[in-house]
Design a protein around this ligand. Structure first.
Ligand code: PGA
Length: 253
């Protein structure tokens, strides 16, 4: 079975102590994940080592970064490289979140460089895509998402692409409480998978986890995750509450 992933995206929330407490509460549930299931915690950079130390002994639990630099190394004050993440054993990194694109001007070519650097360092990119409301309203979401994926990742070899995780996050559903319906999520996920199949071949496309993101919470996770092409979620707000995220992990197929 394709990997199913519950990914928490803490964004710029929680103090160090609050982060420790949240992780401990979730881990104390001792949810046993099957071989195809993953729980991933994208925490702020200063908390990565703390998260790693708590998660390393648990099967299929991982710490993730929320971003990395598009440069290899050097005089880039304030940046964190993929190589640095590898040196502390980080296995996943969120790339191209819509907040990075919108507030920090990240563009497709920058994201392409980040994806490559992650792969060179053995880090799985969780590559985010998704359309704004204005695009959805005119029904142009399929080609919009297709362009995002093509520009940042279609230069990869098939063997490299196999390492990618995709997160479809319609921008109008992020932090708004307005979730895409499970049918809307399934429709886009199927479209993404079909498009990946055309480029990289069906076996590869069938094996890529495609997560849904945008106001996923305990109350809707199971229905969304049940969709055949939805392989879990990237969760912001609800990942900050232990009970919510515990239920979300338990909702994985
Ligand atoms: P949300 O955020 O769950 O708060 O909508 C999702 C995300 O931005 O990854």
């Amino acid at each position: 079975m394709r990997q199913q992933i519950a990914a928490a995206n803490w964004k710029m929330n929680l103090t160090y102590g609050q982060g420790q407490e949240l992780l401990d509460r979730i881990l104390n549930e001792n949810i046993v994940l099957s071989a195809h299931q993953r729980a991933v915690f994208a925490v702020p950079f200063p908390y990565l080592v703390m998260a790693y130390q708590r998660l390393v002994s648990k099967d299929n639990y991982f710490a993730a970064a929320q971003n990395c630099s598009d440069k290899k190394s050097g005089a880039y004050t304030g940046e964190v490289s993929a190589e640095m993440l590898r040196s502390i054993d980080v296995k996943y990194c969120v790339i191209g979140h819509s907040e990075r694109r919108e507030y920090f001007g990240e563009q497709d070519h920058t994201l392409a460089a980040k994806v490559e650097l992650c792969l060179e360092n053995g880090i799985t990119p969780i590559f985010c895509c998704g359309e704004p409301l204005s695009i959805r309203e005119v029904g142009a979401q399929n080609s919009f998402v297709e362009t995002q994926l093509r520009e940042a990742m279609f230069h990869l070899a098939e063997a490299q692409f196999r390492e990618i995780v995709i997160a479809y996050e319609p921008i109008w559903a992020i932090g708004t409480g307005k979730t895409a319906t499970s049918a809307q999520a399934q429709e886009m996920h199927a479209h993404i998978r079909e498009m990946l199949g055309r480029k990289f071949g069906k076996p590869t496309a069938d094996n890529i986890p495609i997560l849904y993101g945008g106001s996923v919470k305990a109350g809707n996770a199971r229905e969304i995750f049940q969709q055949p092409d939805v392989d879990g979620g990237l969760v912001g707000g609800a990942s900050l509450q232990a009970e919510e995220f515990i239920t979300i992990i338990r909702s994985l197929k």
